[in-house]
Design a protein around this ligand. Structure first.
Ligand code: SF4
Length: 194
């Protein structure tokens, strides 16, 4: 699960809903303890979020209804919208995503080069973004043209994978690779990729 700092503290301080995928597993366990549910509920929730990729608490059917309602009072699910796709199934595909605050980022899906002995590998690499814009402004790259805007939240990083899966109908496999060379430079961020 991707990391974040003080997500629960932030929630208490502002009383606003945050995306449940902003929580580290440890924070999810803390929340389960707070609700006086057995600790294995944290593993169940993580399984619904990151294996089954659900988008609502109603879909977490092995959790008690009251627990689901209490989670829904405190947490929600953001959803990034894919507004443009360049490329085709057997080539590199570039996805332009619009975030909840209208910011735009890019995610890229790259088919692996042919495997040994010329056979085609079915492995892919997904390049995820870590920032809106980029402060580095490398001359060969368009990502820095508008300058740096903000770091992505952990759930916005996770949601890139989920949005691409939704768009392509192809679930990422364990054999696929993930790298953080989309928009922004991960070395400049302080969270999200541990
Ligand atoms: S995204 Fe990467 S290549 Fe592009 S400007 Fe930033 S650091 Fe340079």
């Amino acid at each position: 699960m991707l990391a974040t700092t003080n997500a629960v503290t932030f929630l208490v301080a502002t009383n606003a809903k945050i995306d449940i995928r902003s929580l580290q597993f440890q924070e999810l366990e803390d929340k389960v303890r707070e609700f006086r549910e057995p600790l294995y509920r944290a593993r169940q929730i993580a399984d619904w979020l990151y294996q089954k990729r659900v988008q609502s608490f109603d879909e977490m059917t092995d959790l008690p209804q009251e627990f689901r309602s209490r989670l829904a009072e405190q947490f929600d699910f953001s959803q990034s919208e894919i507004v443009r796709v360049l490329g085709s199934h057997d080539t590199t595909r570039k996805f332009l995503l619009r975030l909840n605050d209208e910011s735009l980022i890019e995610t890229v899906l790259i088919p692996a080069s042919p495997a040994l002995y010329g056979s085609r590998s079915d492995r892919r690499t997904i390049c995820i973004s870590t920032q809106v814009g980029c402060a580095y402004g490398c001359k060969f790259c368009a990502s820095g043209l508008e300058g740096f805007s903000r770091n992505l939240k952990p759930n916005e990083i996770v949601d890139q994978i989920i949005a691409v899966e939704r768009q392509t109908g192809e679930k990422m496999r364990d054999s696929d690779h993930q790298c953080a060379v989309g928009t922004g430079d991960r070395r400049a961020t302080h969270h999200g990729l541990d």
